[in-house]
Write a protein that binds this ligand. Structure first.
Ligand code: GLC
Length: 693
């Protein structure tokens, strides 16, 4: 089948079109000029991108458009005689690729290559950055051709924006420019040189060996290159629904396992391909969600190639929520993408990837979506139900902790990765402000321990004034009875959600773990969270780590809050089910807090059952005793989460690249902002004493 083009299907508009949708127009606040083919032809020429050095001059800056390769263009490249199977990278890594077709041999060879390895290699290179070389520097005609020839979708829709700048509007950047500069699907193996040069082989347990085999089997290839892992790979499953797709969030533990094992190629491909999907125009009925949205998942489909008898092409088909059950928006996808991008740089030392113009633009588009001014009174991100790992109705709409913790982490990542210049300085300032405000808000209002619960219990209500103690008008009666008995003397946690007159006191594991990892919580709070997990081990870990949330909703609450969802019955699935994939995030949090033994204990619990139970997606019952009612088997993020946990424990120095310590500069910004309202004194020492540290 030919890889000469990759177009979108379903409700996505094909990439290979010029798209100037109404949403795009209104987003940028002006109508684009009528564009003709020659404009696009010019824009598509590589020199127009490189000459601009990632920026357009004023005359072009009013143009908004997407440029893609149309049929003739595609053919022109495939017929050009440039034989991509001769590519150094492909020749080296993929056997069985013939001429301009990318038969399945390519993907199979990738698997075979991996399967031959019984021992897992551990990387011991320390100074990755010194080994990093950048192919990006060698942009030339040939590498540009590769974009078209090796994977048509790599021709990223071109977006040239000219947006009015308002004082408070971070969306309105002066200009931005995005284009795929070089070989998107072509892995820059050289940039990872060194990674594979100093490997030591390590014996792994039988379970790990099986897990590696399964992980490699779950790899999805696109035009011969590995681009992700399917959500579940159960050969006996007759109805895989969308579990045969690559989910952004599910791929994170796979990516970490590959990175920690010195195999960055698949991660780089994943980052670049999902980046390309980001800029597609997407519609749900007549409405288009925001431009920076990342899909929840994508699938590689094989379709007959138009006009070529017997030939096939592979296409990437993303799902932005328009096919998902409940049409849920994957708010967490973009946040995870940013977090993974940073992790990739940190672990491989290939910082050139995050510095690419198109990657920088991708980060900015995601942030623009998150930082757009709205009606919010709080710095937390307002989302609908089901916008994250819990992707069904579970009463987490509003300001769920999971999204806030990932948002905070993504902001911290972006702050490190964004190149600061005249065009980004407003955005960077907005990031800093938001980080400060967000950590203050979460630390102050989401944190509960015995003392705080007792305060809430004695709250006065209906206070009107800026000095109100009970700012959100929480009625003490909403403290649930389970909490009163359950709360340990030591420790505490961040509640699930906060809205006017509403505190969701459920314990949500992922959000609390990411609060630790990103230092969204204070040092004391982070310690308190781990203490609570240890203290409540039988409720939160029991026979399978870890409960997604605690406790389960039942009876009327279940009926009203989940909408009587039969998949989310009490102690099942998202409603108090146990998810082994949370193990790697727990491990990371434990390593950060200097408590690896706690992680080891949880991993031991999991290891006793996972392989024997065929790596289920989740477990049911209060103690996690049963394999989940509708759990998929051979669930990839269960497998990868287990492997990543083991590897993180063995490589604490690598693990330390993935978390953050307290940032006092951010605290200072917050204290200074509060001092303007006359409530706090502005100084670094004040920040230490006044903000929860
Ligand atoms: C389920 C989970 C979601 C996961 C997906 C694929 O929908 O709720 O978090 O990403 O399956 O595994």
């Amino acid at each position: 089948m030919s890889c000469s083009s990759c177009i979108g299907i379903s409700t996505m508009k094909p990439c290979c079109r010029i798209l100037v949708g109404s949403k795009t127009r209104s987003f940028f606040g002006f109508s684009p000029p009528k564009l003709n083919d020659s404009i696009f032809e010019n824009l598509s020429k590589p020199q127009s991108r490189s000459a601009a050095g990632g920026r357009m001059d004023g005359s072009n800056s009013q143009i908004v458009g997407y440029i893609c390769v149309t049929g003739p263009n595609r053919r022109a490249f495939s017929d050009s005689g440039w034989n991509w199977s001769q590519s150094r990278v492909f020749r080296r890594n993929y056997v069985g690729i013939r001429g301009n077709s990318c038969s399945n041999n390519g993907s199979n060879s990738w698997r075979r290559r991996r399967r031959r390895r019984v021992l897992v290699v551990r990387n011991v290179a320390s100074d990755f950055r010194n080994h990093s070389t950048s192919v990006e520097a060698n942009v030339n005609e040939k590498s540009f051709q590769r974009i078209y020839v090796q994977g048509g979708l790599n021709v990223k829709p071109l977006v040239i924006e000219r947006i009015e700048t308002g004082p408070n509007d971070v969306v309105k950047e002066e200009e931005s420019f995005r284009i795929d500069e070089v070989n998107g699907s072509n892995v820059n193996i050289d940039s990872c040189k060194g990674l594979n040069e100093t490997k030591v082989e390590k014996e792994v347990s039988k379970n790990e060996e099986e897990a590696w085999k399964l992980l490699w089997d779950s790899v999805v290839t696109y035009c011969g290159s590995p681009v992700g892992t399917v959500a579940a790979n159960d050969p006996a499953d007759k109805q895989p629904l969308n579990y045969d797709q690559v989910f952004i969030r599910d791929f994170i533990p796979s990516a970490l396992a590959f990175l920690l094992n010195g195999e960055p190629e698949i991660v780089k491909n994943f980052l670049l391909h999902t980046l390309q999907l980001q800029s597609w125009e997407k519609t749900v009925d007549c409405y288009s969600p925001g431009q920076g949205l990342m899909p929840a998942s994508f699938k590689v489909r094989t379709l007959p190639l138009d006009g070529s008898e017997g030939a096939f092409e592979e296409v990437l088909d993303p799902d932005f929520g328009e096919s998902a059950i409940g049409r849920v928006a994957p708010v967490d996808s973009g946040l995870w993408w940013i977090i993974l991008l940073r992790a990739y740089g940190k672990i491989t030392g290939d910082y050139a990837l995050q510095e690419r113009v198109d990657v920088q633009t991708g980060i900015r588009l995601i942030l623009n979506l998150c930082l757009t001014d709205g009606f919010d009174m709080f710095p937390t991100l307002l989302v609908t139900d089901g916008s994250c790992m819990i992707d069904r109705r579970m009463g987490i709409h509003g300001h769920p902790l999971e999204i806030q913790a990932l948002f905070y982490s993504a902001l911290r990542c972006s702050r490190e990765m964004l190149i600061v210049n005249d065009n980004t300085k407003n955005l960077v300032a907005a990031i800093n402000n938001r980080l400060s405000a967000l950590s203050f808000h979460i630390r102050e209002y989401y944190w509960v321990d015995m003392k705080k619960i007792n305060e809430i219990y004695r709250y006065k209500t209906e206070e009107y004034s800026t000095d109100a103690i009970n700012k959100f008008n929480i009625y003490p009666d909403q403290i649930p009875s389970w909490l009163v008995d359950w709360f340990p003397e030591e420790g505490g946690y961040l509640i699930g959600n906060l809205q006017p007159a509403h505190m969701d006191f459920r314990f949500f594991t992922l959000g609390n773990l990411w609060a630790i990892v990103s230092s969204l919580g204070t040092q004391k709070q982070n310690e308190g969270i781990l203490n609570l997990i240890e203290n409540k081990w039988d409720d939160l870990v029991a026979q399978m780590p870890l409960k997604i949330c605690y406790p389960a909703l039942d009876h009327e609450e279940w009926r009203i809050i989940t909408g009587a969802d039969p998949k989310n019955t009490p102690w099942s699935y998202h409603n108090g089910g146990s998810w082994p994939t949370l193990l790697w995030q727990f491990t990371l949090a434990c390593i950060k807090m200097g408590r690896p033994e706690l992680a080891r204990k949880a991993i031991d619990v999991a290891e006793k059952r996972l392989a024997e139970d065929q790596w289920p997606e989740y477990y049911d019952t209060r103690s996690g005793r049963f394999i989940g009612k509708q759990a998929r088997l051979f669930q990839t993020w269960t497998i990868a989460g287990f492997l990543a946990s083991k590897m993180l424990l063995e490589n604490p120095e690598k693990a330390s690249l993935l978390f953050w310590e307290e940032d006092y500069e951010l605290l200072e910004t917050c204290v200074c902002a509060l001092s303007k309202t006359g409530r706090r004194k502005c100084s670094r020492s004040a920040s230490k004493s006044q903000i929860l540290v």
